[in-house]
Design a protein around this ligand. Structure first.
Ligand code: GLU
Length: 315
């Protein structure tokens, strides 16, 4: 059976942009009879906010978005990630790196990715025999980086069509475990999606360039046959074109909920962003099942404007 996942990061409250993606994912799942699991991506220790997991659950329930399995917490699955990291080191797909962030940034040769992120200059590639040796030589614990091979990684995105990346040149060797041992997002997501047999991934297109990294991880872990179907949706942005965030005002679902805004009104806006036209305000997400058509969704970023906030709040 096809399986998808809702994967909130409890580093902050869900806002309208997150909600749009979860709604589209949920509608695709319910319309196509995919199983839905809820996975709380709570590995980013310092950024995880206490209670944000429960709040995300409450917010989803408020909209009528449900799931069939979970919640699963990444923080309770550390041994699985550690085993994968060890496998990648042993098979020479990953290596220890003792560079500090500022060393990476100031390396004279460090080229920059298109989005301005620094591409790791491969300083520690082939430098140490193993993580212990790196730790002894540098006097600090190493991070672990994936050794990105040469070549092109093509894939088909269900919404955006054919994609092609040259990861070594465009993205560089990426971190799969931080120096404190915490598995990085790219690694944890692949281990989980493969183990949980996730076959369908729906997320916003700010994660498009994570997909080639994740494909490389599937391959290195011998999981090629399990590669999921990908669908990346245009991001919700503020009037300045930047990803929806605090600077655009308080667009947390909890804020509307606490102010007494009906869930149906929020769903009306989210439905419009999903390309659904409605005669009546829905009561719950289930009223939208059968109405979502991926091909009717805007190809451009969705712009959230102050008027919409005022409309939601009835001002
Ligand atoms: N937890 C991630 C986020 O909130 C989503 C990861 C994914 O869909 O792969 O951005």
């Amino acid at each position: 059976m096809p399986i998808t996942r809702l994967a909130p990061s409890p580093t902050g409250a869900l806002h309208l942009g997150n909600a749009r993606t979860f709604l589209a994912n949920w509608l695709l799942a319910r319309q196509n009879r995919w199983r839905i699991l809820l996975r709380i991506e709570d590995l980013d220790g310092p950024r995880v906010k206490k209670g944000a997991d429960q709040q995300a659950i409450d917010d989803l329930c408020w909209l009528g978005i449900d799931w069939d399995q979970g919640p699963f917490y990444q923080s309770s699955r550390l041994p699985m990630y550690q085993a994968a990291i060890r496998r990648l080191i042993d098979s020479r797909h990953a290596y220890p790196c003792v560079c500090t962030r500022s060393e990476v940034n100031t390396a004279a040769s460090a080229p920059h990715a298109e989005d301005g992120a620094t591409i790791y200059p491969e300083t520690c590639r082939g430098r140490f025999a193993n993580p212990q040796q790196a730790a002894t030589a540098a006097g600090r614990e190493p991070a672990i980086r994936f050794l990105v091979p040469d070549g092109i990684v093509p894939f088909t995105d269900a919404f955006c069509g054919q994609q092609q990346f040259e990861p070594r040149r465009q993205l560089g060797d990426f971190v799969i475990a931080k120096a404190d041992g915490t598995p990085a997002y790219q690694l944890a997501v692949v281990v989980d999606d493969a183990q949980m047999q996730v076959s369908h991934i729906v997320r916003a297109d700010d994660l498009m360039d994570s997909t080639p990294r994740q494909i490389l991880l599937y391959e290195a872990l011998g999981l090629r046959e399990q590669l999921p179907w990908h669908c990346h949706l245009p991001l919700v942005v503020g009037p300045d074109g930047r990803r929806l965030a605090k600077r655009h005002g308080d667009t947390r679902l909890a804020s509307y909920r606490q102010q007494g805004v009906p869930a149906g009104r929020v769903l009306s806006l989210l439905a419009r962003w999903c390309g659904i036209s409605l005669a009546h305000e829905p009561k719950a997400a289930s009223d939208l099942v059968g109405k979502f058509d991926l091909s009717a969704m805007s190809r451009q970023a969705i712009v959230f404007r102050d008027e919409e906030d005022r409309w939601l709040r009835g001002r």
